[in-house]
Design a protein around this ligand. Sequence first.
Ligand SMILES: Cc1ncc(COP(=O)(O)O)c(C=O)c1O
Length: 435
Amino acid sequence: MSILTDPRFAGITPFDKKLWLSSPTMHGEEQKWVDDAIQTNWVSTVGANINEVEKQIAEYVGVKYAVALSAGTAALHLATKLAGEKLYGQARPNEGTLAGRKVFCSDVTFDASINPVAYEDGEAVFIDTEYDTWNMCPKALEKAFEIYPEVKLIVVAHLYGTPGKMDEIKAIADRHGALIVEDAAESLGAKYKLNGQWVETGSLGNYNCISFNGNKIITGSAGGMFLTNSKEDADKVRKWSTQSREAAPWYQHEEVGYNYRMSNIVAGVVRGQIPHLDEHIAQKKAIYERYKEAFADLPVKMNPFDAEKSVPNYWLSCMIIDEDAMAPMVRGEQDYLYEHVSGKSSPQEILDAIAAFNAEGRPIWKPMHMQPIYRTHAFITAEGNGRGRSNAYIAGSGADVGADIFRRGLCLPSDNKMTAEQQATVIEIIRRCFL
Ligand SMILES: Cc1ncc(COP(=O)(O)O)c(C=O)c1O
């Protein structure tokens, strides 16, 4: 029986137009600044739009300098490289700055957060997640320093727009003399109370990164930024991002360079979006709250946040199914299988159901420690080593929080153009998955 003919879903009609997880929302000003770039002939990686977005984002986030780049991934690469160079010195051209070094990394995140560690020849050690905010677990981080006291770098992401426990993470980093690369790609506009003061994510690390990817809270179609209070670091990233030219009359190079600068056309789109950042956050918050209210009597919870210490940007609304309401579901490397049990459901059943009605959801990021590419890397939980915890004689014990959130959680349609009526249909489909 297909989902559309399943009597549980009788009376619901598929959406005519696909309801996206999170798609670009244009307002008109974007066109004006793109046209401006073309009319003034600044169709290049220099121009007024780039200067202006750097200024406006630095002001919004509360940092002194912003460097506009081609992607959040480029920002993360140069931030990670800069951290490596600060800690371990300049590398030879054919070597990364983290060669032979371990780096503590968020585990439940997009792989773009942590791949730059590999670009720089370092070895990511994955730190388990906590249930309160679905971000890096400070207890697991502390354990990781017990096991690998030599580590000096932490890459931390704020999942789905919800800040992690940055006061604890920063205190641990300080105690161990470690630097932080902050991946705020998903959380531009989210706020965090640090030492009694509200600050923006993107200003909490030693090296900070945001993204303007098409699905983010504001977009340039692509693009990212490196954010810092250090002029020296901003200048270095600007130099590396434009092929590392020295101040010579010809092309003179003493360092490896990259072509990572943002285009003035892309910056025009970002420039038109910035005035709408707060409006997008308000729309996403309304979506989150509608889901939360509608699911109050279902055996599920929304993605959590610490209301005293943080204000999320609500980029993606997510839910997690209570353990006793989880129907059987198994995932292989590329396929899955589930069974429906009355009164229960599973992420894959819900994702299939909403997809059948033409709406897009997504599994939670599959934890990095479970990814084939990083399966041989260390994984540290609040209890210690997260690998090899059972043997032929002793049953395994201890939580793997990331694996659990991946198993029971999912991202819901969170497009800020979704109407309350469309969202009510999504909610109805999900409710009926539990019939
Ligand atoms: C957590 C996280 N980090 C990094 C990135 C990479 O950003 P970009 O796509 O701009 O390269 C993304 C999104 O794409 C992300 O969600």
